[in-house]
Design a protein around this ligand. Structure first.
Ligand code: AMP
Length: 208
C-alpha cells in the first residue's frame, strides 16, 4: 500500500506525519502547499497565479493544482509510491486524480477544532526545506534542525486566515471523507497525542 493520501483539517499534522512517513517508507512526500509556496517565492507564472488565493486561505483553482500533481507523479521517484499531503482538496480534484493515479489508502487525521488554532498559530516553517515545527517544542531557538535556516511563520497562519482555512476545509474538503469511505479506502487516525504517538497510529493504520 504505497500510494497514500493524507486528509484532514489544516493543523491536523498532515505535513509532519507525511514527513516522518516519507523517511520511514522511503517514498516522496508531495505537498501541493509546499510546491505552491516555492513557486510563489520564485515568482513563476503558477506562483503569481496562486498568490492571492494562498494568502487569503482560499483554494487555488482546481486545474492549477491538478496540473502540478499530474506532472509531479511522473517523476521517477514516484515509481514505488508516494504520499499526497494537501491534495486532493475538492471532490473534483479527487475525481481527476483517479484518472491518472491509483490510490491505495486515504488516512484521515482527526483533531478537534479548538486545538487547531493553537497549533497553527505556533507553527514555524523552514523557508528553505519546508520542515515544520511548533514553537513550544523548539529546543535550539527558531532555527531549522536540517539546515540551520531561521524559521518563519507562514503568512496564512495568522488567526483570521486560519479561521477562513477551517471554513474552506469544512465546505470543500471534508466531503472527501465520505468519498474515500465509500470506496473502502479510508482509515481514520485521532491526532491529539504527541507527534510520535500519532505516528505509531498512522503506521498501524497503513499496515493494518
Ligand atoms: P497547505 O500547506 O496544505 O496548508 O496549503 C496552503 C495553501 O495552498 C492552501 O490554503 C491553498 O491556498 C493552497 N493549496 C494547497 N493545496 C491545494 C489544493 N489541493 N487545492 C487548492 N489549493 C491548495
Amino acid at each position: 500500500m504505497s500510494n497514500i493520501i493524507f486528509l484532514g483539517p489544516p493543523g491536523a499534522g498532515k505535513g509532519t506525519q507525511a514527513q516522518l512517513l516519507s523517511k520511514e517508507l522511503g517514498i516522496p512526500q508531495i505537498s501541493t502547499g509546499e510546491i505552491l509556496r516555492k513557486a510563489m517565492r520564485e515568482g513563476t507564472k503558477t506562483g503569481l497565479e496562486a498568490k492571492r488565493y494562498v494568502e487569503s486561505g482560499a483554494l487555488v483553482p482546481d486545474d492549477v493544482v491538478i496540473a502540478i500533481v499530474r506532472e509531479r507523479l511522473q517523476e521517477p521517484d514516484c515509481a514505488n509510491g508516494y504520499m499526497l499531503d494537501g491534495f486532493p482538496r475538492t471532490v473534483y480534484q479527487a475525481e481527476e486524480l483517479g484518472k491518472f493515479a491509483k490510490i491505495d489508502v486515504a488516512i484521515e487525521l482527526q483533531l478537534a477544532d479548538e486545538i487547531i488554532v493553537n497549533r497553527l498559530s505556533g507553527r514555524r516553517v523552514c523557508p528553505k526545506c519546508g520542515a515544520t515545527y511548533h514553537i513550544s517544542l523548539l529546543k535550539n531557538g527558531e532555527v531549522c534542525e536540517n539546515d540551520g535556516e531561521k524559521l518563519i511563520q507562514r503568512p496564512d497562519d495568522s488567526e483570521a486566515t486560519i479561521r477562513n482555512r477551517l471554513r474552506v476545509y469544512q465546505e470543500q474538503t471534508a466531503p472527501l471523507i465520505s468519498y474515500y469511505k465509500e470506496r473502502g479506502l479510508l482509515k481514520a487516525v485521532n491526532c491529539e497525542d504527541s507527534v510520535e504517538q500519532n505516528f505509531q497510529k498512522v503506521l498501524e493504520a497503513i499496515n493494518g
